[in-house]
Design a protein around this ligand. Structure first.
Ligand code: KG4
Ligand code: ZN
Length: 340
């Protein structure tokens, strides 16, 4: 029997300090996440300086917990995978520095991982049979990408947002209707009490590329609707606004994704990123994919939002390809997918 490969993974690109141990790329032995959400909620969004400081306070503890929970020590670890971009530079630097320090002290190889590659790879954890090629929609707070996953670590972005990311739109609309940060889960919950057909918000098409997204017009339409109600002295049914907004986002994501899967001739489709944990979005994809004969994959909610297990999975596939980074590995806040 071949020797197991254990990856210690570290993620600190935004507001979660996370570490995990992953065996052979598909089995999560531990997945420790220290969330800063409660702290940033006070300010209505992520404050980069506070995020960096909190990562520094938490990182060593989170790594130690991940090793202890997995029942291993650094002696058992084959490589350290760390998110080095994209993200907040100060936040990324904490994870990258910790990973480099451990690697330098122990000689364990170091591998820098792209955050979006991590999100996509989250699908491999619970869907053991899933192998590339497939199409993946990555919808998070910072990204809305339609990606053709050609092979492990090989990607082609076929669609992207022209302005706001889907999660960003959720966060902005949530703030406008008084729900606070982070908006996605709150809109998801409130929508269940509202009528998604109550208000017709626009579904934007981008003429130059049929797979691209645009959410800023939708956000403005919601703000205009709220202003209009206020001027007319009408009370706003926030549940209806939430449900109608959410339906507009989901309609566009589903339509573009399914179109891409068929046009590019694939029969497998996956979702990833924080927005992928949205319950109505999952139900809509479930239905649409079943009708069109497309196999639909999604990670559990805990692997949709930021975590280190997904970085460990992506790191494993880089490791077996022979990718190694030196101690000059740096945080790259605007790192492009597929670039090293
Ligand atoms: O992937 P993620 O944790 O971090 C980034 O890489 O950006 O995504 C966070 C985003 C936030 O905008 C949050 O509002 C959104 O994902 N989100 C959701 C849900 N849970 C998180 N959006 C819609 N419905 C949800 N249930
Ligand atoms: Zn993320």
């Amino acid at each position: 029997m071949e020797k197991d490969i254990l990856i210690l993974a570290i993620e600190s690109s935004c507001d979660e300090t996370a570490a995990a141990v992953v065996r052979n790329g598909r089995e999560v032995l531990s997945n420790v996440i220290s969330s800063q959400i409660a702290l940033h909620t006070l300010y209505g969004g992520v404050v980069p300086e506070i995020a960096s400081r909190k990562h520094i306070e938490k990182i060593n503890q989170v790594i130690e917990e991940a090793l202890a929970e997995a029942g291993v020590t650094l002696k058992d670890i084959d490589a350290i995978a760390v998110t080095y971009g994209p993200g907040l530079v100060g936040a990324l630097l904490v994870g990258v520095s910790a990973a480099k320090a451990i690697s330098f002290a122990t000689g364990i190889p170091l591998i820098g991982v792209h955050h979006i590659e991590g999100h996509i790879s989250a699908n491999f954890i619970e869907n053991k049979e899933l192998e590339p090629p497939f199409v993946c929609l990555v919808a998070s707070g910072g990204h809305s990408h339609l990606v053709v996953v050609k092979d492990y670590g090989e990607y082609e972005i076929v669609g992207r947002t022209r302005d706001d990311a889907a999660g960003e739109a959720f966060d902005k609309v949530a703030r406008a209707i008084g729900l606070g940060y982070p908006g996605g889960p709150k809109i998801d919950k409130l929508s269940k009490e509202g009528n998604p057909e109550a208000i017709h918000f626009p579904r934007a098409k981008v003429v130059e590329n049929e797979y691209d997204f645009s959410f800023s017009g939708l956000k403005s339409a919601v703000l205009n609707y709220l202003n209009g109600c206020q001027m007319k002295g009408e009370t706003v049914n926030t549940a209806d606004v939430a449900a109608s907004f959410q339906k507009a986002v989901i309609d566009v994501l589903v339509e573009h994704s399914v179109h891409a899967v068929r046009q590019f001739g694939f029969d497998k489709f996956a979702i990833a990123g924080g927005v992928a944990s949205n319950s109505s979005l999952r139900a809509a994809f479930e239905k649409e994919c079943a009708e069109k004969g497309i196999r639909f994959y999604h990670p559990s909610p805990v692997y949709c939002t930021d975590n280190a297990a997904m970085i460990g999975v992506a790191g494993y596939y880089e490791y077996i390809k022979g990718v190694r980074d030196g101690y000059d590995l740096n945080a790259v806040p605007n790192l492009k997918l597929g670039e090293r």
